[in-house]
Ligand binder design. Structure first.
Ligand code: PLP
Length: 409
């Protein structure tokens, strides 16, 4: 009899990322030749900006691929500071910037630097799947704040009411993954002011900041702080994954008080050292290059959002909040089944379309549908969902080279 391989309590208590698991499942089905449509993935299809490619090529041609400062090369930190000035209107010294291996890593390092065991982080639902797991990983306690029934955005008052003596931080993602909703500027102001008055950290995961639609502009949290950067408790996390559609580059960053950045630098120096020098060169190339690419990406994703909303409006029984930004739509599918996990499995099995169950984001009955991919896939995916769920839709559909017939009620 083989002996079990011992796994730490910590590792055993953490959930695998649901979205990564689904991506792997979809890849397996595709490898088996199944015509899967992937509405699960948060990854734009664009080509990387030319200036990013040139930045990496130049570094490679020079042949010097060495360690850098843990927090990143000075010119990258300056390029991030320049982006902060352009986008947030706030002068940021490069010493208040630290680059990490993707913003998921930035967030984990932030939490490592601020959270003691048993302390709480207030997280509005629906939330990105990773937040509660990262907090738990560090022995902290996620305190999830649900929106009012029928809404997808907890109010500032509800968030602040969840703060208690053990709360260390509030963690906000706007526009939000999965809802696509943005926190109203007046709510952001209230949360910034409250956090400053209480000495609480406000962590803003701003990864979708530039991906906003209908002419919306993301507000700058620095407009509401009365303190200098080093005295404020504002922490901004971002990266190149969604800004330039360079998800595989694994380059994110944190901007915050100098003492926090220094603590993160120390932690990172013992965990990963600097992010890959090649990724840093490509990220700097993108940040210093023509920003038309950001506008083009936004226009493409906004057109995709419109196509998805139009197609979803054909399906009976859904309640949909119009996403204001980001890469996802989060319709209420509860009239088609109360368990989102069961519904997502049913859609994958019958219609070969990947969606992510709302329960993974703290709200059952919903499904997250990504409009990051191409328009054709979005339309095909939604029409398959309609076929699988809506008896008013035609009985037959083409799935790849076969015709499938709906034989359930
Ligand atoms: N934050 C949110 C809200 C996300 O949706 C994602 C990725 O999907 C990330 C962070 C992670 O981004 P990165 O690729 O920079 O680690």
């Amino acid at each position: 009899m083989s002996r079990p391989i011992p796994i730490s309590v910590l590792a055993a208590g953490i959930q695998e990322s649901a979205t990564i698991r689904l991506n792997q499942h979809a890849a397996r089905l595709r490898a088996e030749g199944k015509p899967v449509i992937h509405l699960g993935i948060g990854e734009p299809t664009n080509r990387a900006p030319q200036t990013a490619i040139q930045g990496a090529e130049k570094l490679l041609a020079g042949g010097s691929l060495k360690y850098t400062a843990t927090a990143g090369i000075p010119s990258l930190r300056q390029a991030i500071a320049d982006y902060m000035l352009a986008s947030y209107g706030r002068e940021i010294p490069p010493g208040n910037v630290i680059a990490s291996n993707g913003s998921k890593h930035s967030l984990l390092t932030v939490l490592l630097a601020i959270l003691n065991s048993g302390e709480q982080v207030v997280i509005p639902a629906p939330y990105w799947v990773t937040y509660p797991e990262q907090v738990k990983l560090l022995g902290g306690r996620p305190v999830v704040v649900l929106p009012e029934p029928g809404s997808l955005l907890p109010t500032a008052e509800a968030l602040l009411a969840a703060v208690g003596p053990q709360t260390r931080a509030i963690l906000i993602n706007s526009p939000n993954n999965p809802s696509g909703l943005a926190l109203p500027e007046s709510d952001l102001a209230k949360v910034v002011e409250f956090c400053e008055a209480r000495g609480l950290y406000l962590i803003l995961d701003d990864i979708y900041r530039e991906l906003v639609f209908d002419g919306l502009r993301s507000p700058s949290p620095y407009a509401f702080t009365r303190h200098s950067l080093d005295e404020s408790h504002l922490i901004v996390v971002n990266g190149v994954s969604k800004l330039y559609g360079m998800t595989g580059l694994r380059l994110g960053w944190t901007v915050g008080p100098r003492a926090l950045v220094e603590a993160m630098d120390k932690l990172q120096s013992q965990m990963t050292s600097n992010p890959s020098v090649l990724s840093q060169a490509a990220a700097e190339g993108a940040l210093r290059g023509d920003q038309t690419v950001v506008r083009e990406l936004r226009a493409t994703i906004e057109a995709n959002r419109n196509s998805m909303l139009e197609a979803l409006s054909q399906i009976g029984g859904l309640r949909i909040e119009r996403p204001q930004g980001g890469l996802y739509c989060f319709p209420d599918f509860s009239s088609h089944g109360s368990s989102s996990k069961e519904l997502a499995e049913r859609l994958l099995e019958r219609a070969l379309v990947v969606t992510v169950p709302g329960v993974e984001f703290g709200m059952d009955g919903y499904l997250r549908l990504s409009f990051a991919g191409d328009r054709e896939g979005i339309l095909e995916g939604v029409s398959r969902i309609r076929w699988a769920l809506d008896p008013a839709s035609p009985n037959e559909i083409r799935l790849g080279d076969r015709v499938a017939v709906r034989d359930w009620a």
